[in-house]
Write a protein that binds this ligand. Sequence first.
Ligand code: HEM
Ligand code: HEM
Length: 187
Amino acid sequence: MKEKYDPISKMFHWLVFLLVAIEFLVAAAMPEMRGETDVSTLTDLHFSFGLLIIGVIMLRGMWAIIHLRPFVTSKSDVSIHTEPLANAMHYALYISLIAMPILGWAWASSRALAVSFFGLYSFSPLIIPGISAPQLGAMHSLLGVIIVLLVLVHVFAALYHHYVTHDETLIRMLPVRLAEKMKIEQK
Ligand code: HEM
Ligand code: HEM
């Protein structure tokens, strides 16, 4: 049996995708900081969007609990072997996206950079004892590369299901109207 995603879960999925895409674009555009404590508007945006990503993922998790649904799908039309793999991938994506802003926040704090949420709320510095600023920087950068790789594999898997195995894995994550249009095209 195929388990469908409800509209709110779909909305959360695509919102996270949009925010992560913006976050990487801002990261690429923001100036490199070389020890000075003044942060640019783009860097402030990077901090704010990063914190927003944690908030949205937490709301997505709460929605899964309230909605009495598993955080990731438990039933699907994929084979019994690939299902644990898909679940592991989904957890890995969300866990990395929670770890990433925490590392970024600790990295910013270790360099005495102020972290605020769109200028509305100032966060206290986050100090992780025993980890130096360069180590935090290396971890933040490395995790960035890992997230890109995970998303690429995830997107490849979604397209593989749609174009090679011709099942509904991609379709059921799409907005209803688009899903119906694509279902007709797939037949
Ligand atoms: C999911 C959320 C996030 C993603 C995907 C992300 C991604 C990135 C990427 C790709 C870079 C460039 C790394 C490099 O040059 O090697 C970067 C740099 C950085 N990020 Fe993040 N980041 C996130 C959240 C945050 C948060 C919440 C903060 C702080 C509150 C933060 C602080 C920083 C700092 C301080 C830099 C270094 C800027 C520089 O010195 O050039 N990041 N981030
Ligand atoms: C930052 C980017 C992305 C992240 C973090 C992400 C994460 C996730 C997660 C955690 C799930 C499990 C359901 C849930 O909890 O929401 C999921 C499902 C899914 N995602 Fe993504 N996703 C991303 C981008 C994409 C993109 C670009 C596509 C389209 C090609 C896509 C297609 C799908 C599909 C088809 C499913 C359903 C899989 C199934 O039911 O087994 N995702 N994604």
